[in-house]
Design a protein around this ligand. Structure first.
Ligand code: FAD
Length: 449
């Protein structure tokens, strides 16, 4: 089914997971609490059962004894959380750390960077606490110069990270990158971040589901919130088979947020499709000729960046921007396009084929930052969204921040993402037009200089 969050009222009811490499390898699916029925009063209702919603439910129950009710339209982890590349990186929003210093000053930028690292640590702790078997690997992250001219900026960024944040980032020359990590025609140097995990994203989501339920939360699948109103101090949420009255509501729907569900998110999100292909396993010869020996998760220096990694079974996962809206013809074209771009990076893969491809909605905001905040006129309506396509670690962390806030506990260091509301897009009706224009411009600028 195709879904457009800017137009549709909800993403479906009880839909199965999208076929993908992850669904094919996730193993036995744990149970959830099924569709909610009847009329229920709850303290906290959470809309959306991905990393944000499940993590919030887990932390509320585990640390504060608050047993939240999660309402998920389809299945836990059905959205981005079960479909992503599995790169748990130190990332908050889309700005470079240099830009953050320019924008907020050194002290704030240091706090943002510290929180990005804490978010990766939180992934490690949650995996440990829940004994989650999600094939987690301390992989590290390489940001690769896709053109020779982009290497100098990476060297400067490494120096900035060392100087301003005392972080052991490292610049790798093209020669070192090719001899130790990956060859090909677009490996001209890299910035190395030691902190990044590679995970099986759906196993991770299902692991957090188990943790939330074991701690006492209820997680209802096939329970899309169709409408939401306020009756005095109570929120009233309507699903196809239930009415939920809640004192507090958390919106944890990220790129799948239906535009018209609540006024606090109207005109604040730009959902964008990200598309992934997974190839057949590389042959022994291809492993040598590509020089693809690294286990690091990889991104490049494009604005419309590509992200890729070698999977434990020697397949390659390669992702990039998808269509503007979902269509069957566009899906085939994007799959073929991504394969051509992978082969452009690694020409030795001339004969490789695609075994899986899928896509999902990521969430951009007008200031390219996530926001973990509340409605301007109602502090019982919380949200955490806008991860800009890099939310594996920060969405799990945002769920924890929200739980602390709802329980009136001390939050971690305040940063702009946790202290400011979602800004509205100017000329919101033209978001898609702007997106098309931006894609054209980025494509042009990514291929020059
Ligand atoms: C193809 C792809 C690759 C990505 N790769 C990476 C990566 O490698 N690293 C990284 O850091 N990030 C990556 N991301 C982004 C990352 O996956 C997300 O930032 C993160 O999963 C967001 O989690 P979430 O819980 O906020 O949202 P989601 O996991 O998207 O969950 C939102 C849920 O809300 C539900 N929902 C929506 N409306 C309603 C309603 N009305 N009622 C009830 N439920 C509703 C949806 O069904 C959905 O399950 C990728 C995303 C995609 C699509």
């Amino acid at each position: 089914m195709s879904y457009d969050p800017l137009r549709a009222s909800h993403p479906g009811t009880g839909l199965d997971y999208m076929p993908s490499y992850w669904t094919a390898t996730a193993g036995v699916r744990p149970t959830d609490d099924g569709p909610l029925t009847g009329t229920t009063d709850v303290d906290v209702a959470i809309i959306g059962g991905g990393y944000t919603g499940l993590s919030c439910a887990y932390h509320l129950a585990r640390h504060y004894g608050i047993r939240a009710t999660v309402l998920e339209a389809n299945r836990p982890g059905w959205g981005c959380s079960g479909r992503n590349g599995g790169f748990a990186r130190a990332a908050i929003g889309r700005h470079s750390f240099g830009k953050m210093i320019e924008r907020w000053g050194r002290q704030t930028a240091r706090r943002v960077f510290g929180q990005a690292l804490s978010a990766v640590d939180n992934v490690r702790s949650m995996i440990g606490e829940g004994g989650i078997g999600c094939d987690a690997l301390e992989a590290g992250h390489l940001k690769i110069a896709h053109r020779p001219s982009r290497a100098a900026a990476l060297a400067r960024e490494a120096e900035l990270l060392q100087r301003e944040f005392e972080y052991p980032a490292e610049f790798l020359t093209g020669a070192k990158l090719r001899s130790e990590h990956i060859g090909g025609s677009q490996s001209h140097g890299a910035l190395r971040f030691p902190d990044a995990l590679a995970v099986h994203p759906l196993k991770l989501a299902l692991g957090v589901l188990n943790m939330a339920r074991a701690a006492g939360a209820k997680v209802h699948s096939a329970s899309p919130v169709l409408s939401w109103r306020k009756n005095g101090h109570a929120h009233v949420l309507i699903t196809p088979s239930a009415t939920v009255r809640a004192r507090t509501v958390v919106l944890a729907t990220n790129g799948y947020t239906p535009e018209h569900l609540h006024d606090c998110i109207r005109a604040t999100t730009l959902p964008m499709l990200s598309h992934i292909i997974v190839t057949r396993a590389m042959t022994a010869e291809e492993k040598v000729t590509t020089g693809f020996r690294t286990e690091h998760v990889l991104t490049d220096t494009r604005n419309l960046l590509y992200y890729w990694r070698r999977l434990p079974d020697d397949r390659i996962l390669f992702g990039g921007r998808g269509q503007i809206t979902e269509s069957a013809a566009g899906q085939v074209a994007h799959r073929d396009f991504l394969l051509a771009e992978l082969k452009a990076k690694l020409p030795a893969l001339g004969a490789i084929r695609v075994d899986y491809d899928w896509w999902g909605w990521v969430c951009l905001t007008a200031d390219f930052m996530p926001h973990v905040y509340h409605a301007a006129d109602d502090t019982s309506t919380h949200y955490a969204l806008g991860y800009q396509g890099s939310g594996v670690s920060y969405s799990l962390f945002a769920g924890k921040v929200l739980a602390a806030r709802i329980a009136n506990d001390a939050s971690p260091d305040p940063i702009p993402a946790t202290t400011t509301p979602l800004p509205r897009f100017p000329f919101a009706a033209l978001r898609r037009v702007g997106q098309r224009a931006a894609y054209q411009w980025y494509r042009y600028s990514d291929n020059r200089g």
